[in-house]
Structures are given as C-alpha cells and as structure tokens.
Design a protein around this ligand. Structure first.
Ligand code: SAM
Length: 464
C-alpha cells in the first residue's frame, strides 16, 4: 500500500488552498463540505471560489503565495498551474510537518485526495495511489451505481440507536450479533424504500426481544478456488466478511486473504506436502473449540473443500460436537487450471470422461488403478503429482497408454505466474527435470491436451 487511507477531521480547522482557478475550486469545495475554514491564496481568484470562501467566512489573500500563509494552518493544498509555486507550497508545508497535497504531483504530496462516493455519513474513498486517476474514476462510477443513495439515511438511523443498543445489550458479542441480524433482515429494505417509521418500530421490537439472542458459533468450510481471487464465489466472499476468525492453508493466496474481514483473527494452519504446520487433528479440534467460544469460524481452503481437501474429516468433528456448519464449494484446481490453460477436459472428440486422481506418494509408491487410468478415451487429472510424475508416465505406458499421449503440467494455475508445460508421456519426465517448476502443479493426461495450443487464452507462459 503506497498511502495509508485515513479520514481526517478538518471541521473548523484552517485549510490553505494555494491557487485561484477551477482545480483549486474543486479542492476547496471538498474541504468546505467537510467543514473546514478556507484560506485561499492566489493573485487571481475565480468568482465561484471567491463566493465559496466568503459564504464560509474564510479568508481570501489576493496575491502570490508566501510561506507565512502557512501560519495557523491544519493542512495545505497546492493547486496552481505554476510548478514552482506548487513545489514551494510542498516544501513549506513539509518543513512545518503539515500534511500537503499538490494536485497531480504525487511526489510532492504527503497525502492524496481520493475519489469519493459520498453517502454521508458513509463515505467510500478510492485511490490508485496516483497511478491512474481514470481507473479510479471508473471504479467510482461503478460504486455510485451499486450503493443506493439512501445508504446515508440507513447509517444515520443506525447511528441514532448506537448508544441505546449499547446500554440494552452490554455484551459485545451479543451486541454484534444483534446488529448483524438486524442488517441481514428486512430493516435495510425498509429504510431504502423510505419506510423509516416502520424501520424504527422494527428496531424497537427486535430490541425488546434481544434477551433471546443466543451467541452460537458456526463454521463455514469454504473453497477459495485455485488462486485467482475473481474465482471466489459470491457466497464465499459474503462469509469471508462475516467471520470472526479464519483458519487458512498455504494454498490460499494473499490476494484472497486480503478480501477477508480486516479485523478477523487469521490463523495460518499451513499444509504443505509432508509439512503440516498444524496437524490435521489439531485443526479439527481448533475448529470445534473456536465455534464453542461462540465465534463465526471461516475455514478457508484452496480449491474445493471436498476435493482432496480433507473437508470431510473437518466437518466430521463438527458434526460430532453438534456445531452448525456450512460447506461452500470452490472451483477445484482441475477445473480452474484446465480452463485457464485452454484444455477442455471433456472435449467430445477426444474424451468421454474425466477422472480426478491423487498422485500423492504413499511409501514411495503410487498405488493406483493403473489399468483403468490407462484408458485412452478419458482425461486423467493428477493432483499432487509432481514428485511422482516419472512413475505416473511409466505406469500409464506400461499399462497400455500410447507413449505419445499428450500431457500437460500446469503450475500456479489461474494466477499471473501460471505456466503450462506440455509434452508426451515419454518426453515429459525429461522436460520437467530441465525446467524450474514452482508448486502447486497439476498434471493433465489425455488427447484433450493437444487442443491447448489452439485454445490457450490466459496470459501465463506456455512452455512446450
Ligand atoms: C491438497 S490438494 C488440494 C486440492 C484443492 N482442494 C482443490 O480442490 O483444488 C493440493 C493440490 O491441488 C493442486 N493445486 C491446487 N491449486 C493449484 C493451482 N493453482 N495450480 C496448480 N495446481 C493446483 C496441486 O496438485 C496441489 O498439490
């Protein structure tokens, strides 16, 4: 993060704007809306800006900038079309330890002014750290259409009940549940459709029944997909925002973790091949214990929790302890990697079925149903197969599969680091030995792999 997002209270504080044109006017309007007292300095000041300053009982200094203009100032904005003056404003402010913004010059700024979606008291601030104001504007346009105008009214209504709810429901967890239940119910819709009296009656009624609120823990076993955060399901995203605590695996990327509720406790329970940071039994026990403490626990797993994810074992402990849980599917690696690599797993010209198989070595052998896997009319996807790749290729050939059967190794699929290596059962072990391979990887065997060159669309690297 290049800049720390904060909301500054400038009410009744003197804020200096150096500049008298349109750009200065736009900054002054924002400061004025936030209750600042304006001090505007410029040899010429446009009529709109002049009227704004006068209406807010601010100060107009119709002359060039002088360092003494910084006296008594809370923050400064340089908004002239003269680079030297803007630079002088920046230097003078910084030497006094004052926050300073120079329009369109991030290098001269100690703060930047974000694009905002204003539903006061709810304000959404958006910034690209100065990288692309147009992108920021596009995002703002999207949010403007998504956040109803009446959100401000909803926030004001809720704000009005805050201290009352606090005195009626003194326990923090029960209070949080109360607010969550309120906002998941019909209340928002009542306010958004203008029925505020009805909304107040509803809150009163819920408050009078608040004794019956039971803080019950729950576990959400959620599939986070193969890596690209845009492949999260809507339900996964919603539950990621609700959780009090998150247990996550190595396969869950930091981009996905960034979408979890920021104040949720985050516990890395690891899980690498033969290096489980926290052993499975302890994960199962931890889930039970945290839920028994009344927490909403998010168990976030790579891909789909029920596909080579030991999700079954985890919910078994929960079922045993009678803890409520939900299981949310995720896009499994086979599906995500095949799509992003351009390999249609069951293209009907080449394959009538697809099998997901673990290639995890047990006692240095892979104990698989080789005669059935060597069927040439199907596609076989091996999870955790990199270490056993040579054995997989040998065994498939030994059980009758053509040595020139196409095979692909997709590494870090669906992420910007995705690489696709293709070859045949005969050539692949040697190709992989010569290549630096980064986990996780998935192996796809079958005629469908031939289509990869034609259908490749995702901008990763293709190594043939
Ligand atoms: C323990 S399994 C978990 C599978 C997960 N539950 C799923 O549904 O995708 C881990 C294996 O999934 C595969 N995998 C997961 N994410 C992957 C990715 N982004 N690219 C390639 N393979 C991946 C690798 O074979 C890795 O060894």
């Amino acid at each position: 993060m290049q800049f720390l997002p904060i909301f500054l209270n400038v009410r009744a504080q003197t804020c200096l704007v150096v500049g008298g044109g349109d750009v200065a006017y736009r900054k002054a309007v924002l400061l004025d809306r936030a209750g600042a007292r304006l001090r505007v300095v410029a040899p010429e000041i446009c009529v709109e800006l002049e009227s704004l300053v006068i209406a807010g009982a601010g100060e107009l200094r119709v002359r060039g900038f002088d360092e003494l203009d910084m006296d008594g100032v809370f923050l400064a904005v340089g908004a002239t079309d003269d680079e030297e003056v803007n630079a002088a404003v920046s230097v003078a402010a910084k030497s006094r330890g004052l926050p300073v913004n120079v329009v369109d010059k991030p290098s001269l700024c100690s703060f930047i002014v974000p694009a905002i979606v204003d539903r006061s008291p709810v304000v959404i601030a958006i910034s690209s750290g100065g990288a692309s104001p147009v992108l920021t504007r596009k995002l703002k346009e999207k949010l403007e259409t998504m956040v109803p105008a009446a959100y401000g009214r909803l926030a004001l209504l809720l704000g009005g009940y805050r201290s009352r709810v606090k005195s009626v429901i003194t326990d923090f967890k029960r209070r949080t549940r109360f607010w969550e239940a309120l906002l998941s119910g019909p209340l928002s819709e009542m306010v958004l459709s203008g029925k505020e009296d009805e909304a107040r009656r509803y809150i009163e009624q819920q408050l009078s029944e608040s004794d019956s609120i039971v803080v019950q823990g729950e576990v959400f076993l959620v599939g986070a997909g193969p890596g690209d955060p845009d492949l999260l399901t809507l339900k996964a995203l919603r539950l990621m925002q609700e959780a009090d605590v998150v247990l996550y695996d190595r396969l869950v990327s930091k981009e996905i973790m960034a979408r979890v509720r920021p104040d949720a406790e985050k516990i890395n329970v690891g899980k690498e091949r033969s290096n489980h940071l926290v052993p499975q039994e302890q994960i199962n026990d931890l889930l039970v214990r945290l839920a028994q403490e009344g927490k909403k626990v998010l168990r976030l797993k790579g891909g789909d929790p029920f596909i080579f994810g030991r999700g079954g074992e985890e919910i078994d402990s929960l079922a045993e302890a009678r803890i409520p849980f939900q299981v949310i599917p995720g896009i499994t690696a086979a599906s995500g990697c095949a799509c992003y690599a351009g390999i249609p797993l069951t293209h009907r010209d080449c394959s009538q079925s697809v099998r997901f198989v673990t290639g995890h070595l047990k006692n240095d052998t892979i104990d698989l149903d080789w005669p059935n896997l060597a069927n040439e009319n199907q596609t076989v996807v091996f999870y955790m197969g990199l270490v056993g790749l040579e054995t997989i290729c040998e065994q498939l050939i030994a059980h009758g599969m053509a040595a020139d059967m196409p095979i692909a190794l997709v590494q870090q699929g669906t992420t910007p680091n995705q690489k696709v290596i293709t070859g045949t059962l005969e050539t692949m072990p040697a190709i992989v030995k010569m290549t630096e391979v980064q986990a996780p990887t998935i192996i796809i065997v079958g005629r469908v792999v031939k289509l990869q060159q034609r259908y490749s669309w995702f901008k990763g690297s293709n190594l043939v």
